[in-house]
Design a protein around this ligand. Structure first.
Ligand code: PEP
Ligand code: MN
Length: 303
């Protein structure tokens, strides 16, 4: 019997499986099997092999650490083209940049929308890096999915079930960020919406959760990453930028993510971080990102 942790369905006890009847077997004990978790398509119990999700030719979950890098927001054609060229040279595998931004305040920069998608497509064509960008609403999904190789669902939208249902019907893979107050069970059930609707290409992203601690922007749940790797066959990446909110902690948190078995990292990088229109305090400059990449690849090779 499996010794993996199992999150049982509320109110259900393990299935009782009666030993097969037959001569001399009447007194055999009843065998207890753990029930399949509620996230039956996402669970590892019924799907033991780790899934590999391929986005724009990049395989996530194959054993090699995948690094997705770029600015929080696409701010100009020049900014995203320069970032793409430089993070590519530093060894990034994919380019991220927000065209539609979920901001806590309606007075903050909301993203440049369709124009940013055009610039992302151009930066991708020039650099050869596949694109990760976020869709905020059902209405945006088709337009975003045309440009993106991996469509991001942000933390604030993890339980936007209309959006998840729509994304379950597209042909592009989805990066599902954990909600800031979501339990692991809720996160995996959100993934289940995508899988149940027919999109089997789902990557999970731990980006920190809300706790009593305010010294960091969020509390990066790295034990949760290790647990989700046990509970689910889906690849799991870590966002140390939103997970900490502080650029000095992005390197240590990235190394820790690699150590707990993350399949990849999503790191905010900006050519001039202090001038970034969003998330300046947590964005790395390109030389710091390049140094971190060297360190991560060296650690990976030594495993
Ligand atoms: C982002 O990726 O820039 C972002 C807004 O992330 P999150 O949804 O994790 O807050
Ligand atoms: Mn951001």
């Amino acid at each position: 019997m499996s010794t993996r942790p199992v999150i049982p369905r509320a109110g259900r006890r393990p299935h009782a499986v009666r030993a097969p009847a037959g001569p001399g077997r009447a007194s055999l004990p009843v065998v207890m099997e753990p029930p399949a978790p509620a996230f039956r398509l996402a669970c590892r119990q019924l799907h033991p092999e780790t899934s590999v999700v391929t986005a724009g030719g990049v395989a996530i979950g194959s054993g090699r650490l995948i690094v997705i890098a770029g600015p929080c927001s696409v701010e100009s054609r020049r900014q995203i083209r320069e970032t793409a060229r430089r993070v590519r040279a530093a060894g990034a595998d994919m380019l991220r940049g927000g065209a539609y931004k979920p901001r806590t305040s309606p007075y903050e920069f909301q993203g440049l929308g369709p124009k940013a998608l055009e610039w992302l497509a151009e930066a991708s064509a020039e650099s050869g890096l596949p694109i990760v960008t976020e869709a905020l609403s059902v209405e945006e999904v088709e337009r975003v999915a045309e440009c993106a190789d991996l469509v991001q669902v942000g933390a604030r939208n993890m339980q936007n079930y209309a959006l998840l249902r729509k994304l379950s019907t597209i042909s592009k893979p989805v990066l599902l960020k954990r909600g800031a107050s979501a339990t692991i069970q809720e996160w995996l059930l959100a993934a289940e919406y995508l899988l149940a609707g027919g999109n089997s290409n789902v990557v999970l992203c731990e980006r920190g959760i809300r706790t009593f601690e305010t010294a960091t922007r969020n509390t990066l749940d790295l034990a949760g990453v290790a647990l989700v790797k046990e509970l689910s066959h889906l690849p799991v990446i870590v966002d140390p930028s939103h997970g900490t909110g502080l650029r000095s902690l992005v390197g240590p948190a990235s190394r820790a993510a690699l150590a707990v078995g993350a399949d990849g990292l999503l790191i905010e990088v900006h050519p001039h971080p202090d001038r970034a229109w969003s998330d300046a305090a947590q964005s790395l400059d390109v030389p710091s990102f390049a140094a971190l990449m060297c360190d991560l690849r060296r650690r990976e090779a030594a495993r």
